[in-house]
Design a protein around this ligand. Structure first.
Ligand SMILES: Cc1ncc(COP(=O)(O)O)c(C=O)c1O
Length: 434
């Protein structure tokens, strides 16, 4: 990931004289009025695959071609709680774990994370002194910016959230260690280790090792290792996810990490397969609780995914087809922002090498205004602050851009409009301070 900042094509807005700034502001007001006139209706809110991406997996609609898995079991029937062995093998290879550590479930990894959290709250983990609900309070460390649904899930259970910075190589280890070392109420951290939502950061081996091995006051401290974008490369240089299960086991904390992933942005977002990988003890614990609510997963779906991919290499090849579709959209975001904002000193944005998002930081105190301006011009953006717990961005500067769903032409139009809104809000604010 690289950050594009202050390309010297414009003079920094803060360096302009009062008259120059007034001229710039007037020009942007005119540009914005013209933008509103166009009556656009564009949406850059959620990280969803586009129709063209979904089309890549349409062969699934005519699979499977058989009703039996490799062991001869009839996939139409009950049973097989941990999922089809051949699919677990494919994911084990992709996630650098062992097949025996993997559970394949329904279509949503978020549901598996939710289930895991509920079981921890109601029953405690294998190494918990008591169920988490019996603690006076439970706190999670939240690297920011982060995924809004992680935060809303924690908030929904009354779990406290403390933030730490998400750096380019993962969460700020010193900040995490300081929170976790002495306070047994700090029970977990949520990490998107590869091409993080929304910053695109990739957790390095060193950071992963430090988090896996750090001293924690809570014996049942958990790392929710949400590897939703593990295979979603945007360049030829494919990031390798750290093997956090092995790192944790090697440092004597085998139950600390629980890994999640899914094919939501590989095959069908609404009909893919979700995956959990964990230590033998954690896996047995998860399956025990899962068995209270399920006799087995949708193995027909598992089998059709096995037939569709064939192997881990089949998944890798499939992801290159996604890259061909979405790569130009990410390039269009960068180009629009660079052309309109480069050098103005009022915005920074990421150029991720994978994942689904661009992280845009605008002038402090203007993100809410930018989103409102865009909305009035018919461009829907994720609400400002969404990437922070309780949607509270202390600097009101962060905006998450999701360019995958609209067609390329719409991404170009929307992003030119967003850039106008960013420049207008910044010029307004700077003028007010003069
Ligand atoms: C980081 C992250 N985790 C999980 C999900 C949802 O995963 P699933 O579709 O498997 O429930 C998303 C979707 O945007 C995501 O960005």
């Amino acid at each position: 990931m690289t950050t594009q900042q202050d390309i010297a094509s414009h003079a920094p807005l803060a360096s302009l004289s009062r008259d120059e700034l007034a001229t710039f502001l007037a020009a942007k007001q005119e540009e914005y009025a013209a933008l509103r006139q166009r009556g656009l209706k564009l949406d850059l809110t959620r990280g969803k695959p586009s129709s063209a991406q979904l089309d890549l997996s349409d062969r699934l609609l005519s699979l499977p071609t058989t009703t039996k898995d490799r062991s001869g079991a009839d996939v139409r029937n009950y049973g097989g709680l941990e999922g089809l062995a051949e699919l677990r093998e494919i994911f084990a290879e992709l996630l650098w774990v062992e097949r025996d550590q993997v559970v394949c479930g329904g279509n949503s990894s978020l549901t598996m994370m939710h289930d895991t959290l509920v079981h921890l709250l109601l029953h405690g983990g294998p190494d918990s002194p008591r169920p988490w609900v019996q603690e006076d309070s439970v706190t999670f460390v939240c690297p920011v910016p982060g995924y809004d649904r992680h935060f809303s899930m924690l908030a929904n259970f009354g779990i406290e959230m403390v933030t730490v910075p998400m750096n380019e190589d993962g969460p700020d280890v010193a900040a995490v260690e300081a929170l976790v070392r002495d306070d047994p109420s700090v029970k977990g951290i949520w990490i998107v280790p590869t091409y993080a939502n929304p910053s695109g950061a990739v957790c390095s081996q060193e950071v992963a090792a430090a988090l896996a091995g750090m001293p924690a006051a809570a014996a049942d401290f958990r790392i929710f290792w949400d590897n939703a974008y593990a295979f979603h490369h945007l360049t030829e240089e494919e990031a390798k996810s750290a093997d956090v299960l092995t790192l944790a086991a090697a440092s004597g904390n085998p139950n600390r990490p629980i890994m999640f992933a899914s094919t939501s942005k590989i095959t069908f977002a609404g009909a893919g397969v979700a995956v959990l990988a964990a230590s033998a003890e954690n896996k047995a614990w998860f399956l025990k609780h899962l068995s209270m609510g399920s006799i087995g997963p949708d193995k027909v779906n598992h089998l059709r995914h096995v037939e569709f991919f064939g192997s881990a290499d089949g998944v890798r090849e499939h992801m290159r087809r996604h890259r061909d579709i979405i790569g130009p959209k990410f390039a269009a975001v960068d180009e629009a922002l660079t052309t309109a904002l480069g050098g103005l000193g009022v915005a920074e944005w990421t150029r991720p090498s994978g994942g689904y998002f661009v992280n845009l930081d605008v002038l402090d105190g203007t993100a809410t205004r930018v989103v409102a301006l865009a909305k009035d011009a018919g461009i829907a953006l994720t609400p400002a602050g969404s990437s922070f717990p309780l949607a509270k961005d202390p600097r009101d500067r962060n905006i998450r851009l999701a360019p995958t769903f609209p067609v390329l032409d719409e991404v170009e139009t929307a992003m030119a409009g967003v850039a106008t809104c960013v420049a207008l809000a910044a010029a307004d604010r700077l003028s007010a301070g003069r």
